[in-house]
Design a protein around this ligand. Structure first.
Ligand SMILES: *Cc1c(COP(=O)(O)O)cnc(C)c1O
Length: 418
C-alpha cells in the first residue's frame, strides 16, 4: 500500500535561499521602497549579463513585459499576429490588448513548440503578417533559428516569450535573446522567482528606452506631469527586485535539480508506455522547468474532455492524464494537464489556426480522439493530441528522491491495476 504524502508535493513552488530577504531588508533600511533602487539596477545588470542582451527593463510581470514587447513590435488594431498555440494565455493576450488578432500556429512533436512548417504555411495564407509571438514551453527551446530564418525572409519581427525557459539555450545562445523584443517572468511558479515580476529584453537601445518610459506612465521630460502618449504602471518594485536579486545566483542550481528530476522520471518510466517531453538534444539545453509525460496512443484508456469536466473509463494496462492526475491528487501530489491549446479555448475558437497542412480549422473541426490525420499519418492537430495524451508531473525542486520514487510508483499503479 502506498500512503499519501504527509506534506504536499507541488508542481513547482518557490525555493528561497536566504539572500532574498537580505536584499529586501536592504531596500527597507535604505528606504528605497518604490520602483527605483539598487535591487532593480542589479537585476537588470545580472539579466543582461546572463542572457547576453544589451538592454533589460525590469517590470511588474512577465505579462506586462510581453505587452510592451507587442507594442514595440508595432501591433495595431486588426493586425494578424502569428502566435504559439500550445502555451499559457499570457503569451498572446497582450496581442489582444493592442487590438491585434492572434492566428494560432500548431505545435510540433519534436519540441512541443511552434512548428516551423506550420509557420511557413501561415505566411502563405496571411503574407502581410509582420509579427510572430513565440514561446518556449516548459523550459524547452523551440526551433528558434528556423523560426528566425522564416521571419527574416518574410520581414516579420519576433516577440520571444522566454517566461518558462530562463537559462535554457539553443545552439549555445540563451533563450530571451532570439527575438527582437523578449520577455522573461519571475512569477512564483517559475524557475527563479521574485514572487512576481518580469523583464523586457532587447538589443535595441531605442526600444528599451521607450519601454522604460511607457512602464512609468510615459512621463515626458518636463517640470510637471507632461504626457504625449499613453503610459502604464508596469515598473518592478525595488522590494520584489530584492527577491529576484537573491534568486539569480541559484538559477543554475535550480536547473540542475530540475534536470535530475526529469532524468529520474525518464529512468523510472522506462518500462511504461510513456515518453518524456522531448527536446532537440543536438542543439538545445532546456532548463527542465516542468517534467511532462506523453502516453502512447495505444496505452490511452478512453478519456473525453468537455469544456470544464472530464470523464474516463479505467482499463487494465492503460491509463490517461485524467486518471493519473486524479490519482496523484489522491496521494497529495500536484500534477497539471498540458496547457490547453489556445485554438481550443472558447475565447479564441473563432481565430484562425494553421497546421502543417494549412488551414487547420477547415480540416480538424471533426476531430474525435485523434480522428483527423495528416498526409504523414500523424494527427493533424498536434496541440490537441498532446493535450489529450500529455500531463505535467510534480516537478518541484524540493521534492526528495523518495518522494519522486513514490510518484513513479503511483504512475505505474495507474497502468498496472487489474
Ligand atoms: C508565466 C508565463 C507568462 C506570464 O508571466 P507572469 O509573470 O505570470 O505575468 C507568460 N508566458 C508564459 C509561457 C508563462 O508561462
Amino acid at each position: 500500500m502506498i500512503k499519501p504524502f504527509g506534506k504536499k508535493v507541488w508542481l513547482s513552488s518557490p525555493t528561497m535561499h536566504g539572500d532574498e530577504i537580505k536584499y529586501v531588508q536592504e531596500a527597507y533600511e535604505t528606504n528605497w521602497m518604490s520602483t527605483v533602487g539598487k535591487n532593480i539596477d542589479e537585476v537588470e545588470r545580472i539579466a543582461r549579463e546572463k542572457i547576453g542582451c544589451n538592454y533589460a527593463v525590469a517590470l511588474a510581470t512577465g505579462t506586462a513585459s510581453l505587452h510592451l514587447a507587442v507594442k514595440l513590435a508595432g501591433v495595431k488594431p486588426g493586425d494578424k499576429v502569428f502566435c504559439s498555440d500550445m502555451t499559457f494565455c499570457a503569451t498572446l493576450n497582450p496581442v489582444v490588448y493592442e487590438g491585434g488578432v492572434p492566428v494560432f500556429i500548431d505545435t510540433e512533436y519534436d519540441t512541443w513548440n511552434m512548428d516551423p512548417v506550420a509557420l511557413e504555411k501561415a505566411f502563405e495564407l496571411y503574407p502581410d503578417t509582420k509579427v510572430v509571438v513565440v514561446a518556449h514551453l516548459y523550459g524547452v527551446p523551440g526551433k528558434i533559428d528556423k523560426i528566425r530564418e522564416i521571419c527574416d525572409r518574410h520581414g516579420a519581427v519576433i516577440v520571444e516569450d522566454a517566461a518558462e525557459s530562463l537559462g535554457a539555450t539553443y545552439k549555445g545562445k540563451e533563450t530571451g535573446n532570439f527575438g527582437d523584443y523578449n520577455a522573461i517572468s519571475f512569477n512564483g511558479n517559475k524557475i527563479i522567482t521574485g514572487s512576481a515580476g518580469g523583464m523586457l529584453l532587447t538589443n535595441d537601445k531605442e526600444a528599451a528606452e521607450k519601454a522604460r518610459k511607457w512602464s512609468t506612465q510615459a512621463r515626458e521630460n518636463a517640470p510637471w506631469y507632461q504626457h504625449e502618449e499613453v503610459g502604464y504602471n508596469y515598473r518592478m518594485s525595488n522590494v520584489i527586485a530584492g527577491v529576484v536579486r537573491g534568486q539569480f545566483p541559484y538559477l543554475e542550481e535550480h536547473i540542475a535539480q530540475k534536470k535530475a528530476i526529469y532524468e529520474r522520471y525518464k529512468e523510472g518510466f522506462k518500462e511504461l508506455p510513456i515518453t518524456m517531453n522531448p527536446f532537440d538534444e543536438e542543439n538545445s539545453v532546456p532548463n527542465y522547468w516542468l517534467s511532462c509525460a506523453l502516453i502512447d496512443k495505444n496505452a490511452m484508456c478512453k478519456q473525453v474532455r468537455g469544456e470544464t469536466e472530464v470523464a474516463y473509463i479505467s482499463e487494465s494496462g492503460k491509463s490517461c492524464p485524467s486518471e493519473i492526475l486524479e490519482t496523484l491528487a489522491k496521494y497529495n501530489a500536484e500534477g497539471r494537464p498540458i496547457w490547453k491549446p489556445m485554438h481550443m479555448q472558447p475565447i479564441y475558437r473563432m481565430n484562425a489556426f494553421v497546421t502543417r497542412e494549412g488551414n487547420g480549422r477547415a480540416k480538424t473541426n471533426a476531430y474525435i480522439q485523434g480522428g483527423v490525420l495528416g498526409k504523414d499519418g500523424k494527427p493533424l492537430d498536434v496541440g490537441m493530441d498532446i493535450f489529450q495524451r500529455g500531463l505535467c508531473l510534480p516537478s518541484d525542486n524540493k521534492m526528495t528522491i523518495e518522494e519522486q520514487d513514490k510518484i513513479i510508483e503511483i504512475v505505474k499503479k495507474c497502468f498496472s491495476k487489474i
